[in-house]
Design a binder for this molecule. Structure first.
Ligand code: SF4
Ligand code: SF4
Length: 495
């Protein structure tokens, strides 16, 4: 057993209101500068939809992530020889049109235009060339299903549905959608790291955060192509790549990443997971429908004495083990099996997990229903948002994994209603819990962490004794310079 630790996250999609506050918090902090205008390290997409960059999930177009041929696990974009051949021209890279040409408005014209017969307007201008432009795309062009027959209909997961199901989904009275906020998944089997020919991208040993060394990066953009989630970006002003750093400087001073801290819906949870690094390859080679369970198996129980001993032997700090034992991510992912990885079939073993959204499903299931009996769960099959679609997003096509998570969420909701709403008996709710495979105590814990938890319970950052770690490095600022953030005064320890 080769125990490693990883800072991981859960996003609870039932709570996301699509306000984009997270994106703005991140933009203000990290990408509000020349060359990075088009970048959204955190973006929020409407599903069904084509996302940002457009059609990022279509690996026939972008060739990101891994694939298995026979017993061989290799990057979809090809081996080292083929990578080098693509240094000067890579047909699978997203273009600026796939992202969008960043723009602003000439607001000054509203105040400074000479007196005339017409109202002055603020014309849109390109942030790259400064020239006036006609805006035809943006990072949230299909937000809230805007233009759904044109955009959402092209969502790659829609291909899993029959023509009739697709038509039903877009009939106005049956329309349904939800939001998927996305950041870098800080994957265990990261495609970006494997694709980089200059070894500029690395996974930090102590917490698994994936960073790009700005000194080593040569701007070949193989990381952009290798990441199936398109979460590394090329900065045209510096000629280097960069990506979400999970706000590690904030974490080192005990604060939640900016997008977590600012999240209005309180949907974001952060904590440590311990995993067995010896199982990475065998896990990534499993068949699509087995991937969710295999990834779960790779995650280790932080209370198990054998795991603790192996972690200590591997140099995992005591504070990190303690944090893993309090990790809300562990509870959602492993204990309750409620949170699932996004597109596990890309085989990067992402370490950001999603609780699938119940609301669009239950809104349909409950329509016209008065009977909440034994057949309550069977109505999941008639949900307006077909399970097949959700399984294509979160479970490598394994509908049972999604259904299992839904049954638990529905049982928790029913149990709460039995306490607060007349007409739903405790007996029915307990039956639902039993059918979903959870006890009422467990249902209560799920409810508490989902609905009542404060920031300290949602975000459990280990006290990593960072200052001592830095002092043990010959040049304590080298690490930070490598990640492109220059030097800074030593922060006071706040934990
Ligand atoms: S999401 Fe992409 S950029 Fe982030 S670690 Fe995974 S492969 Fe790399
Ligand atoms: S801030 Fe939170 S609720 Fe708002 S869009 Fe982002 S993840 Fe969703």
């Amino acid at each position: 057993m080769n125990v490693r630790s990883q800072i991981s996250s859960v996003f609870h999609l039932d709570k996301c209101i699509g306000c984009h506050t997270c994106s703005i918090a991140c933009k203000n902090l990290w990408t509000d500068r020349r060359g990075a205008e088009y970048m959204w390290w955190n973006n929020v997409e409407t599903k069904p939809g084509t996302g940002y960059p457009t059609l990022w999930e279509d690996q026939e177009k972008y060739k990101g992530g891994w694939e298995v041929t026979g017993h061989d696990l290799h990057l979809k974009m090809g081996g080292r020889g083929s990578l080098l051949g693509k240094i000067f021209h890579n047909p699978h890279l997203p273009t600026v049109d796939d992202y969008y040409e960043p723009y602003t408005y000439r607001y000054g014209d509203l105040f400074n235009a000479p007196k005339g017969d017409d109202q002055p307007t603020a014309r849109p201008v390109s942030m790259i060339s400064g020239e006036p432009m006609k805006i035809e795309a943006g990072p949230n062009w299909d937000d809230d299903l805007g233009g759904s027959p044109i955009y959402a209909a092209n969502d790659p997961s829609m291909k899993k549905l029959s023509e009739q199901e697709q038509a039903q989904l877009f009939a106005l009275e049956r329309m349904v959608f939800f939001y998927v906020p996305r950041i870098c998944n800080h994957c265990v089997n990261a495609g970006c790291v494997a694709a980089c020919p200059s070894g500029a991208i690395y996974k930090r040993g102590e917490d698994g955060i994936v960073l790009v060394s700005q000194e080593k990066c040569r701007g070949w953009r193989m990381c952009v192509a290798g990441c199936p989630y398109k979460k590394t970006y090329y900065t045209w002003s510096t000629g280097k790549s960069e990506k979400c750093i999970l706000c590690y400087p904030r974490q080192e001073s005990g604060q939640a990443p900016a997008c977590f801290h600012s999240c209005v819906g309180r949907i974001r949870y952060l904590g440590v997971l311990l995993y067995d690094a010896d199982r990475i390859e065998e896990t990534a080679k499993r068949t699509d429908p087995e991937l969710v369970a295999a990834q779960r198996e790779m995650i280790l129980d932080p209370h198990d004495p054998e795991v603790i001993a192996a972690a200590r032997k591997n140099g995992v700090h005591e504070q990190i083990i303690k944090a893993a034992q309090k990790s809300p991510v562990y509870r959602f992912v492993k204990e309750w099996e409620l949170a699932l990885p996004l597109h596990p079939e890309f085989r990067t073993l992402p370490m950001l997990f999603y609780v699938p959204p119940l609301l669009p499903v239950i809104a349909t299931v409950e329509e016209g229903r008065t009977k909440l009996g034994d057949d309550f769960f069977s109505s999941l099959e008639q949900a307006r948002l077909p399970l097949r679609y959700l399984a294509s997003l979160f479970a490598g096509g394994n509908e049972e994994e999604v259904a299992k998570a839904y049954r638990k969420q529905m049982a928790v909701r029913l149990l709460r209603r039995s306490e607060t709403v007349e007409g739903i008996s405790r007996e029915v709710a307990e039956k639902a819990c039993a059918a979903a495979g959870i006890g009422t105590d467990e249902a209560d814990s799920i409810y508490r962490l989902t609905s009542l938890a404060g920031l300290k319970e949602r975000v459990v950052i280990p006290s990593m004794l960072r200052e001592q770690a830095l002092e043990s490095i010959e040049d304590p600022h080298e690490h930070r310079r490598e990640a492109g953030f220059g030097t800074r005064r030593k922060a006071k320890r706040r934990w």
